[in-house]
Design a protein around this ligand. Structure first.
Ligand code: FE2
Length: 244
């Protein structure tokens, strides 16, 4: 029986993950399930309708790093989530990495995916050189995947001047709090945070450019305040920059 809606997909994907399969099997069977889901055009109608007409549905969406990321399903055991991404034509979405593995299926219209690999040594946190390794266009029903960190750097783009929708299944992140955007022209890596802490992180980065005692004092206080490691790391990078 083919998978015809999100609830069916969620149950079957959870049953697969519960078997703790090795990655090749998870990828092969997971892609097969996702392909069935994204080949069925009916179930996504309620998501689009909810976003347009149901204010509570819209407001329940959290502010994630990518503004075009729509949360549509969470596994009860939090082992995976399903998101829809809406890609506008003419918008250049950045080359980026991920904190988790992900399986991606094209659902509405075609999507172009370019994959990249890092060719620098990773020693400088703000420097990255990426090289194009694959360039493919997926039609509805087609799937692709990413791995965490440097193993899944890619870029998505709508084609044919049509808005595209892709459906993404993400596992538990092994790196939380931020992703990287990569610029192949300037060879930079930028740590990008969700809107809830974006302004704070911008201020921390700014303080690293002000070589004065008061800036160092603010950063030192923030470094020792309770909070997630990625905030403390950003404080440490700025302190190192002041003292370099
Ligand atoms: Fe991605």
């Amino acid at each position: 029986m083919s998978i015809i809606n999100l609830e069916q997909f969620g149950e079957q994907f959870k049953a697969l993950l519960d078997q703790k399969p090795e990655w090749p099997r998870l990828l092969e069977e997971g892609r097969g399930m996702l392909s069935e889901l994204v080949s069925n055009p009916d179930w996504f109608k309620s998501t689009l309708t909810g976003l347009v007409l149901d204010q509570a549905f819209l407001q329940a969406q959290w502010q994630s790093i990518d503004p075009n990321d729509i949360q549509i399903y969470f596994s009860p055991d939090k082992a995976f989530s399903v998101r829809a991404f809406i890609w506008e034509p003419g918008v250049m979405y950045p080359i980026h990495d991920h904190g988790a593995w992900g399986i991606v299926g094209a659902h509405i219209n075609q999507i172009r995916e370019r994959k990249f690999e890092r060719v620098d040594d990773g020693q400088d946190i703000n420097h990255a050189e990426v090289k194009l390794t694959a360039d493919a266009t997926l039609s509805p029903g087609g799937t692709t995947f990413v791995l965490p960190m440097n193993e899944g750097i890619h870029q998505m783009q709508a084609v044919n001047n049509q808005v595209a929708v892709t459906i993404h299944v993400y596992g538990t992140p092994i790196r939380k709090g931020f992703i990287h955007y990569f610029d192949p022209h300037s060879n930079t890596a930028q740590r990008v945070y969700p809107p809830s802490i974006y302004k704070k992180m911008l201020a921390i980065k700014t303080l690293g450019s002000i070589p004065q005692p008061w800036a160092e004092e603010v950063l030192t206080k923030a470094l020792h305040a309770p909070g997630p490691d990625y905030i403390q790391n950003e404080c440490q990078y700025s302190l190192d920059k002041i003292n370099s």
